[in-house]
Design a protein around this ligand. Structure first.
Ligand code: GLA
Ligand code: ZN
Length: 668
């Protein structure tokens, strides 16, 4: 765990790119900005190990010394995200092979093959040397292993390691043949050596298309595990030498290649990099925070990076408007972060990040809008002290997110190309978040005991025991909402032969006979005659043809040859209920449904719902954030004190919250 007594404020600092004269000026400016924590050494491998037998820590020593004397805390990176050029020249096994089958050359970053013996050896060796040299620093608060592990490799070493991984999983080649249904298209494997890494030279042919889904899913599992092993190799040696320094690596939210629920078990705390695009809905960013928090079992996390102003890598790199950096920083805190960190301290002069925002801009002084905003936030965070750090959010509602189901639905050949798993999950999270209902994003392994309501859209793949877990949850009074394309397959992507939705059939109280998939311009209607959902609603994408087997029909299709047949059903089961959505309803329908199920299990919002007003409760603090472009009148429902301005509010008091305004309220 990261222990802090105030919100840590800082970010990536790369003084090795600058002269020592500049370091002095950095010291002055960073102090002015209220920066107290720096992440250093992120891309320094080439500097630290200029050749195979030579390590040189003199510059890093000086950097450590300078920032320590300035009173800053250090998050020390292990520098293993880019291997040195000499290593690539001497040991080409370290270079990745792309999905197209091309051997990469030295360059870019995260270009090291995760199964390269050279990479494993030298990355761990470097981590060890760093731990031995800097492990006793009093201001060392965390190890930051590598940087944004990403991508995949298809080289011969990875292929061999994949076969080993498969052997461990399936034990015998016969078991693999059965699980992979390999008699299809004559794929029968005689030996482990017949199995290839499924890239564009064999099973896959363009993004999302593969001849053998399970092989491609297993490869993604394997690749995530391989990168995780690289992390674990370094983490282990760091732990051996510095048992008390927590170890993390910076994650990226809903990132395709890495199953962060699995990774979450091996980091001491979650840290992540938040880069919303200008048009990203605030609730989508909130979902990423919740996902990252969920991967760390709800514990406080670290916002490792965000840009103070612009990025450089989006098609259009809009400035963060005045107040937005502050607003989004508080949003991270509101969702469980104990830090506000930036990429980066000083804007670099060359290469692809020269136009990326930084605390200190190219002009080199403090008289910039961005610097002033950063310094003001720095002051504010000092005043807040430890008002909420270390505390957790508590949610009665949860939304399931599962990488296997993402991979399986995205790689599925049929029924539609329009299923975007994270966006499908988001529709439910969004409906909750817009109502200010606190929700967690949880994984398959997360206990359901503390929740009353669970949304599990596209629960395509049912892993061993999960149907039983869901059924116990509902038996005990929980409400489960699931959708089309659920209960279809087992963890090896073998489709159920006992009628869709397979293991969920009795829980949902229905049988899905067929599923229609239509292009976006062709939609259907959901007609609901009575109750809270009465009305005619639009639905699209997928249309299950349902036979209720105990479930009540709540809405029927309005059109097509299945007009009048059930589209949305509710099944009372034990003390709880299960909702099944056979088609993708519009947002208005979802909003009503969310209200209905929240009422049914007595879930209250943290704060009254209002457009653009986000609220969360962390410990005994309620954060209220105005994402609207205009100032907005809100009603404060309880007596409280705003810690930012030291103002008291009476229950029911009206207040004009400025555009991008923030309240940090303590009740009473
Ligand atoms: C990532 C990386 C940083 C930097 C930023 C730029 O988050 O971790 O090194 O490249 O992106 O946005
Ligand atoms: Zn490889």
């Amino acid at each position: 765990m990261l222990t802090v007594n105030k919100v840590l404020y800082g970010g990536d600092y790369n003084p090795e790119q600058w002269s020592k004269e500049t370091w002095k000026e950095d010291r002055r400016l960073l102090a002015l900005a209220g920066i107290d924590t720096v992440t250093i050494n992120v891309f320094s491998w080439a500097l630290l190990q200029p050749s195979e037998d030579e390590y040189n820590f003199s510059i890093l020593d000086e950097i450590v010394d300078t920032v320590s004397k300035a009173g800053m805390k250090i998050c020390l990176a292990t520098a293993t995200a880019t291997h040195p050029a000499w290593m690539a020249r001497k040991y080409p096994d370290i270079l990745r092979v792309t999905i197209e089958g091309a051997k990469r050359k030295f360059g870019a970053r995260q270009n090291s093959c995760p199964n390269s013996p050279t990479y494993r050896l030298y990355s761990v060796r470097l981590a060890k040397k760093l731990a031995e040299r800097y492990g006793k620093l009093e201001n060392l608060i965390a190890w930051h292993v590598s940087n944004e592990y990403e991508g995949s490799c298809y080289c011969d070493n990875c292929e061999k390691a994949f076969r080993k991984w498969l052997e461990q999983k399936y034990k015998t080649i016969d078991a693999l043949n059965r699980a992979w249904n390999s008699s299809f298209w004559g794929h029968t494997y005689y030996s482990w050596d017949d199995i290839s890494a499924p890239n564009y030279l064999c099973e896959e042919w363009h993004p999302g298309r593969t001849a053998c889904q399970i092989q491609s899913i297993d490869y993604r599992r394997f690749n995530s595990d391989s990168l995780l092993e690289c992390f674990r190799g370094e983490a282990q040696v760091l732990k051996e030498i510095t048992a008390n320094v927590p170890v993390t690596t910076n994650m990226m939210g809903s990132y395709w290649f890495l199953d962060y629920f699995k990774w979450g078990k091996y980091v001491d705390f979650i840290s992540w990099d938040n880069y919303p695009s200008p048009g990203t809905p605030y609730t989508r960013t909130a979902m990423n925070h919740a996902l990252m928090r969920g991967c760390g079992d709800g514990k406080p996390f670290m916002l490792m990076e965000q840009t103070p102003s612009v990025t450089n890598w989006q098609p259009y790199n809009a400035l963060k408007r005045p107040g937005i950096m502050r607003l989004w920083s508080y949003q991270a805190l509101a969702h469980g972060s104990d830090t506000v960190m930036f990429f980066q301290m000083r804007r670099s002069r060359g290469c692809c990040e020269k136009f990326h925002g930084a605390v200190i801009d190219h002009c080199g002084h403090e008289n910039t809008r961005v610097f002033r905003e950063i310094a003001a936030l720095g002051e504010e965070l000092k005043k807040l002290e430890d008002a909420f750090t270390g505390s957790r959010l508590k949610s009665d509602a949860a939304v399931l997110f599962d990488w296997d189901n993402w991979w399986a639905s995205a790689l599925s050949a049929g029924p539609t190309i329009d299923m975007n798993y994270p966006e499908e999950v988001f529709r439910f999270y969004d409906a909750l978040a817009r109502k200010n209902i606190s929700a967690d994003i949880i994984g398959i392994g997360t206990s359901l005991d503390t929740y009353k309501l669970l949304f599990a859209p596209i629960l395509y793949m049912i892993k061993p025991g999960y149907a039983q877990k869901l059924s116990a949850f509902v038996q005990n009074g929980g409400i489960l909402v699931t959708t089309y394309f659920s209960g279809m397959a087992d963890e090896n992507d073998l489709v159920t032969i006992s009628g869709y939705p397979g293991e969920l059939r009795s829980l949902c109280g229905l049988w899905v006979e067929e599923t229609d998939a239509l292009p976006p311009e062709q939609t259907n209607k959901l007609i609901c005659k009575e109750g809270a959902l009465a009305g005619t609603w639009k639905s699209d994408m997928l249309y299950d043809i349902i036979h209720p087997e105990g479930a009540q029909t709540i809405a029927c299709y309005g059109e097509d040859f299945y007009a009048g047949t059930p589209a949305v059903c509710r099944n009372y089961y034990g003390k709880g209920q299960v909702w099944y959505l056979g088609s993708r309803p519009d947002t208005q329908f979802l909003d009503r449904l969310v209200s209905l199920v929240c009422d049914d299990c007595n879930i209250e919002p943290v704060f009254p719902a209002q457009e653009g007003i986000e609220a969360t409760r962390r410990g005994d603090i309620v954060f209220v954030l105005n994402h609207n472009k205009e100032e907005t009148e809100i009603v404060i429902p309880f007596a409280c004190c705003d810690l930012l301005r030291d103002t008291q509010f009476a229950a029911g008091q009206k207040y004009l919250l400025s555009a991008a305004g923030v309240l940090v309220l303590r009740k009473g």
